[in-house]
Structure formats: C-alpha cells, structure tokens
Design a protein around this ligand. Structure first.
Ligand SMILES: *[C@@H]1O[C@H](CO)[C@@H](O)[C@H](O)[C@H]1NC(C)=O
Length: 220
C-alpha cells in the first residue's frame, strides 16, 4: 500500500495583537513556533473541543511538527477508524490530520480590536482543506475564516452571520509553493457588530461584517 503524507500547512509564525492603540499587547508572540515549549504554552493539539468535527479527517498530534520556527501540519489517508459523530450523523474517517488550537479565547472588546497575522505555505492538492479560522466558544456563529485554501486553486475569506447569510470572497491563490502573509483585523462597530478586514501579502482583499460578534468569545 502506498502511504501518502502531504503537508497541509506550514506556518512560519502567527501573532495575535489587540488593535487598541492605548493598550497594544501581544497575545501570541512570533516566537511561538521556536520550540515545543513555546508552542505548548499557547496552543493545544487537535481542535479546541477534541479530535473530530464535521469532515472526514480526525486530528492527531502525530501530524504536528516543528522545525526552525515553522509549524508543519500534515494529513495522511487512513482506514479502520471509528466514524465521527456530528449533528446526530455518523461521518466515516478517511484521514488523520494535524491541527492546533489556541489555549486562550479571543473577544473583540467594546473599545478595540484584534489583529491576527501569520505567514503560511498551504497546499491546494485535491482532498485537502487547510484552514485558519476563528469560531464561537459559546455557540455558532461567530465564524471568521481568516483563510481557507481550496482545491480550485483559490483562497477563501468568509464571515458567517448564519449558515445561509455568509460573506464569502474567493480569490486566486498563486504560487502555493511560496509563503504568503495573511492578516485579519477585527474591530468593533456600532457596539454590536465586528468589522473584519482580510489582507493577503499586505493588500486588503475584502471587508466583511459579523453580526453581533462583539463581546463573543472565539476559538483560534
Ligand atoms: C451580516 O450582518 C451585518 C450586520 O447586520 C451586515 O452588515 C452584513 O452585511 C451581513 N452579512 C451578510 C453576508 O449579509
């Protein structure tokens, strides 16, 4: 049997910083992938809630590795796994994959904002779905897809108000063999909503608004 193991992601760094000029504070430093000690200070393995979600991949810490300040997440086809259960349905598991989730939760406060930035090399190989997102701790939405890479050779930037009211922007993802800078800025608006600005390689790609996201805790 041929074993395929392909990298989903290389993250050279990730940094999260509040956008309040009066109190700028780094929440996750750029040195987070310099050592396993640093990684484990800020991140847990798997999804924040466990190993399974709504897809055919089960997360496994064996698919997370660190080298020279870069985090690598890989996926591998697998057989013989027990199915996942999601929304009362059984989902067959066909892959093991790496994932990390931040230990802390992120909330856009009434007076400020948050910036998430990282340098990513991500594949668009068929069967993969690398993703970097924020999602609600206490119910769903909020969900902000800071970047999702698609087999179509596209990268997607999305904000969900509900499962059917979604702002979605797909753009071409050129030269996946190179690292690209992704930055997402979240700011409060009108005391309820959150404005989301999505940047790739220093250019603003799109601006979206998350309904009622202010003050709601999110997983990274
Ligand atoms: C989501 O809700 C916000 C706030 O009401 C609104 O500005 C935005 O346009 C909505 N998004 C979509 C896709 O309708």
């Amino acid at each position: 049997m041929q074993i395929l193991s392909f990298p989903l992601f290389f993250l050279a760094f990730i940094a999260a910083t509040p956008l309040n000029p009066r109190a700028v504070q780094t929440l996750i430093p750029k040195s987070v992938f310099d050592s396993t000690t640093n990684l484990e200070q800020y991140f847990t393995y798997n999804y924040p809630w466990g190993t399974d979600h709504n897809g055919a991949a089960r997360m496994a810490p064996s698919h997370v590795s660190l080298s020279a300040g870069t985090l690598t997440l890989t996926a591998q086809p697998v057989t013989g796994q027990k199915p996942a259960t999601h929304g009362g349905k059984q989902i067959p598991i066909h892959y093991l994959s790496g994932a990390v989730g931040a230990k802390q939760h992120f909330t856009v406060p009434a007076n400020g904002g948050l910036a998430f930035s990282g340098s990513f090399q991500a594949t668009t190989i068929k069967g993969t779905w690398p993703a970097f997102w924020l999602t609600g701790v206490n119910g769903w939405p909020p969900e902000i897809d800071m970047a999702e890479w698609k087999v179509s050779g596209k990268i997607s930037f999305n904000t969900f108000n509900t499962s059917s009211q979604v702002a979605a922007k797909d753009v071409s993802y050129r030269s996946p063999e190179n690292f690209h800078d992704i930055r997402t800025e979240l700011r409060h608006v009108n005391g309820k909503d959150v404005q989301v600005k999505f940047y790739m390689d220093g250019k603003l790609v799109t601006t979206q608004v998350g309904k009622g996201f202010m003050g709601k805790a999110m997983y990274l």
